[in-house]
Every structure is written in C-alpha cells, then in structure tokens.
Write a protein that binds this ligand. Structure first.
Ligand code: URA
Length: 286
C-alpha cells in the first residue's frame, strides 16, 4: 500500500523536477490542458480572433543559463485601463514624468498594473546601492533570488558583480544598481520587447532622478534599451555612448553581463578591460 510518506516524497520529487526544468512560478490556480485547448474551436470573441491572427510564439532563449523557458502566453497587457503594450508604455511614460523623487517613482511602480510581469512576480525589484553615487549599473531583469529578496543582483550574478566592483575599489555604497525591467519574467526567460518598452519609461525616470555621471549597462538588453544600438554586446561593449537627459549628457559604458561571464569565464578578460575603462572614467582619466 502507498503510504502518506511515499506520496509526499513523490510530490516533492515531482516539484523538484519542475524547478530544475525552470518551472518555478505558479501562474494560475488551476492546471490547463493546452493540447485540448488547441483542438477546441476558438471562441468567437474579438480579442480571441486578434490573438489567433498573431504569428506563433517561439520559445525564448534562457537569460541566466539553463533550458529555454517557454514563450509567454499571448495576453492582454496588465490589468490597467491600457489594454495594449503601446498604450501601457504611453501610460507609463506619462505617469513616470509626474514623479518628483525616487520614492514617488517606487510608489508609482507599486501601483502600476500595466505590465503583466507584475502579476507573476513576488516582489518589485527597484534598486540597491546608493542613489547619490556618481555611478549607476543597469542590468536586464530580476531573477529568482532578486524576486524573493526584492533587490537587484542578489544571486550568483550579483556576487560576481560585487567582486568586479571590488576589483576597481567600488562596492554597493559607491554605486546605484537597477534593471531595465523591475519584475522577474517567469522562469527566468528574457523580457519581451513589449515588456521592455512598457518598463523603459520607469528606468529612464529613475536615471533622471538619480542623476549619475556614469551608467554601466550590463549586457545587451540594457545596452540596446539605453543607447539605441542594435549591435550585439560583444561588438557594443568597451565603448562610451552618450545618454541625454534634458540638456545633460550622461556617459554610458556597455559591458558584458555577469550571468554571461559565469557561463563564459574566458570572456572575463574583456569585462576587466571595460572595468578598467570605468575606473579611469571615474578618476577623470578617460
Ligand atoms: N540579472 C539582472 O540583469 N539583474 C538582476 O537583478 C539579476 C540578474
């Protein structure tokens, strides 16, 4: 006879299997049989027709290592009045502009329902470090550790970032740290371009309010979002780009993301070059 302990052990190993496969976020109360749903005739609602017309979504490449996470289901954008990504981004931009301090910006984000990522994340991951410092790091999006703790760069990538900062005499009291997207994409998938465009006005306002002299973009999504380059990170890194805030120009340095360096340790030499450029810029030598 199967004992209670056997059932419990089976359930735990079933959950472990899913966590290892990257399924570590519950998106709904009830399971869905997607195969059966795919066979069923589409409901005749206008929204469903619009979704059916969309091209099939591809699985997205993994951000922090591991298997590719499934593409996000097509869905409406958040639960705010803004139903489409463009409208949600416009709404975000208008509301972000109104904030007068970083505290107001956090409060705005906490009440902003226009990004679907908010509804699968445990916590808003706004920033860590010193907002008064001259240097700001901008990463991509929180992972599981950051989502649990509510601060950016808390996991293995964060530990490596701390070591890289230490190597040039910095720590979290001498830098401000944020991400392009402040909510964790489920299963650590990359944020979609729509999610980035909805969240971008917030990080832009965060930069404006923190007003650093130098920004370091960690990885391609942050670099592309803030500099507008379409180059991949191996080409874009190691260069300064101008970033305009009103009449002021902030210098942006692109470098490799610590998560990439954990997967490709041989590339640390490139990041070291970039961090030496960063040190020189902070010292007024570059
Ligand atoms: N990767 C990021 O880009 N940001 C984090 O906060 C953690 C990992």
């Amino acid at each position: 006879m199967t004992s209670h302990a056997d059932v419990e052990r089976d359930l735990i190993s079933y959950l472990d299997f899913h966590v290892e496969a990257g399924v570590d976020a519950a998106l709904d109360e009830h399971p869905h049989d997607r195969f059966q749903e795919a066979d069923a005739p589409p409901p005749a609602r206008p929204a469903a027709r619009a979704q059916a017309a969309e091209p099939p979504r591809r699985a997205l490449p993994p951000r922090d290592g591991g298997e590719a996470a499934p593409a996000p289901p097509a869905r409406t954008y958040g639960q705010s009045a803004a139903a489409k990504p463009d409208e949600a981004a416009g709404d975000a931009r208008a509301r972000a502009k109104e904030t007068r301090s970083l505290e107001e910006l956090v409060a705005l984000l906490a009440g902003f329902d226009g990004c679907p990522l908010k509804f699968t994340a445990k916590n808003l991951v706004f920033a860590d470090g010193n907002p008064a410092s001259r240097l700001m790091f901008v990463g991509e999006a929180p992972g599981a550790d950051e989502d649990r703790i509510g601060k950016p760069f808390m996991g293995r990538s964060g530990q490596l970032l701390d070591r890289m900062m230490r190597a040039i005499g910095l720590d979290r009291s001498s830098a401000y740290i944020a991400n392009i997207v402040p909510w964790r994409p489920p299963g650590n998938r990359n944020p979609t371009p729509q999610e980035v465009s909805i969240c971008k006005p917030f990080v832009e306002r965060q930069i404006e309010l923190a007003d650093p002299d130098l920004i370091v973009c960690l990885g391609s999504p942050a670099t592309q979002a803030l500099t507008g380059t379409k180059d991949g990170i191996l080409k874009a890194r190691g260069r300064f780009y101008p970033y305009r805030v009103g009449s002021r120009e902030i210098r942006v340095l692109a470098t490799l993301h610590p998560a990439y360096l954990l997967r490709q340790p041989v590339q640390k030499r490139l990041a070291w070059r970039d961090f030496r450029m960063l040190r020189a810029a902070l010292d007024g030598r570059a």
